[in-house]
Design a protein around this ligand. Structure first.
Ligand SMILES: *Cc1c(COP(=O)(O)O)cnc(C)c1O
Length: 459
């Protein structure tokens, strides 16, 4: 597959300068940051691929919408505009704005989970897992086995493993509080979930009278993959596919900082208006603010209404996913293993394949992320043992299913030459990979350690 770049379906009218540090300055900066990329100052970063969350460029229409902010405490016109859009896209009776995805989780999960309950998912995102645990529940991942084989070309590596899911339904009968489908499957490399798989999970949930919640951060990217890869849907519009995905579920939580192309925002929804909708509203009022603003300014609600509609535009998705595919093709040519076919929102480099001499307890994914920063000022992050391999019972270091370095691509921010530079940096690193050393943790907090831990190089 030769690298082919899809033209940006926009032109640029506002720019933000990038400051370039010397290698020596970068080495100082990362050491000052305790070898934790979350502690770097963003002005010390040349190409910031830490996350595609909230790091997107809004459109001129969104910025114009910001000027229409109705900042009334209750019932702002922007709220009603947002509700019109969410009703059209998702068809849910009750949709509640909140300030970001984890706020949606905090509002919804305690209503479905309590001490001793379990939650099953194709794979939990880290904050989602944390909110399951904070509600007293246990989070169980049940992704298809091919997700773990980075070189496998299966089209829907984000799917739930249906056979194992059926076994879990029996094993935990009476103790399952909620089933969560994450689209796209973030932790498995932004891999999509097919509509067929979502429908099977939905049917099994109905059979067992279990609520199904969609973790919908990348709902539009998932719909685009369905259109590309699921024969039955190739002539359906993105909006039709999105509608069908949501209708198969009972609830959804959404970080609107992803496919809704915002800098801040989230949603939580209930397909049917009833007791649960009332409880969601009550929790929102306690944690987030009155139900017609949910922790956001009126202007943010307007930008969300516009962003949701831009996010499902097919030319936007073709360009967006095209960027990831372009970078994937460059790495393929250079023999750098990564999760393939490339997922929706970034490249997941197989750090174990690139740094086979670094054991999981010295965090190959984190070591590669640090090396990329030293090499070219590129900031990615670990999705491997450093992030996930923390046993909640024993607090011991565990081997994770994946050892990835994630390079997340913000929407509408970087251009082809930035992507070329990323590939170049990885090629340089590959040449001297055997000399790269691992890291150890010198301090860590009890949960979500990757955000805060301090590390040091292993000598
Ligand atoms: C980003 C994300 C979240 C959490 O959302 P925030 O807006 O960061 O709080 C939850 N689930 C998935 C799949 C995500 O990608």
């Amino acid at each position: 597959m030769a690298a082919k770049y899809v033209m940006e379906p926009f032109r640029i009218k506002m720019v933000e300068p990038i400051r370039l540090l010397s290698r020596q300055e970068r080495e100082k900066a990362i050491s000052r940051a305790h070898y934790n990329l979350f502690y770097l100052k963003s002005e010390d970063v040349a190409i910031d691929l830490l996350s595609d969350s909230g790091s997107n460029a809004m459109s001129s229409a969104q910025w114009a919408g910001m000027m229409l902010g109705d900042e009334s405490y209750a019932g702002s016109s922007n709220y009603y505009r947002l509700m019109e859009v969410t009703t059209k896209l998702f068809g849910y009776d009750y949709v509640q704005p909140v300030h970001q995805g984890r706020a949606a989780e905090k509002v919804l999960f305690p209503l479905l989970l309590s001490e001793g309950k379990v939650a099953i998912s194709n794979m939990f995102f880290d904050t989602t897992r944390a909110h399951v645990e904070l509600a007293g529940g246990r989070a169980i991942d049940c992704v298809v086995p091919e997700a773990r084989i980075t070189q496998s070309r299966a089209p829907f590596k984000g799917n739930m493993d249906i056979e194992r899911f059926k076994l879990l339904l029996e094993e935990y009968k009476g103790r399952i509080g909620v089933v969560v489908m994450t689209v796209t499957n973030n932790s498995a490399g932004g891999q999509p979930v097919s509509l067929e798989n979502l429908r099977q999970v939905s049917e099994l949930c109905k059979e067992h009278a279990l609520p199904l919640s969609l973790d919908a951060a990348r709902f539009a990217e998932n719909a685009y993959f369905i259109k590309q890869r699921e024969e039955e849907y190739k002539n359906r519009s993105i909006e039709e596919i999105v509608y069908e995905m949501f209708q198969l579920c009972d609830y959804f939580t959404m970080s609107a900082k992803k496919d809704a192309i915002l800098n801040m925002g989230g949603l939580v929804g209930a397909r049917v208006d009833g007791e649960m909708a009332l409880s969601i509203k009550a929790n929102t009022i306690s944690f987030e603010g009155f139900s017609s603003y949910g922790g956001l300014a009126g202007r943010d609600l307007e930008a969300m209404a516009i962003g949701l509609l831009e996010g499902v535009q097919e030319d936007q998705l073709r360009y967006r996913i095209g960027q990831v595919e372009y970078l994937s093709a460059l790495l393929e040519e250079a023999g750098i293993a990564h999760q393939t076919p490339a997922g929706g929102h970034g490249l997941f480099i197989d750090a174990k394949a690139l740094l086979p001499h670094i054991p999981y307890y010295e965090f190959p994914g984190q070591a590669l992320a640090i090396e990329l920063y030293k090499e070219a000022g590129i900031r990615g992050c670990d999705v491997g043992s450093y992030m996930m391999g923390n046993d909640p019972d024993t607090r011991k270091q565990m081997e994770a299913e994946f050892e990835f370095t994630r390079l997340a691509i913000p929407r509408r921010v970087y251009t082809q030459s930035h992507l070329d530079l990323i590939a170049q940096a990885l090629i340089e690193i590959k040449k001297r990979a055997d000399r790269i050393k691992g890291y150890r943790i010198v301090w860590e907090p009890p949960i979500l350690r990757h955000f805060q831990a301090h590390l040091a190089p292993v000598e």
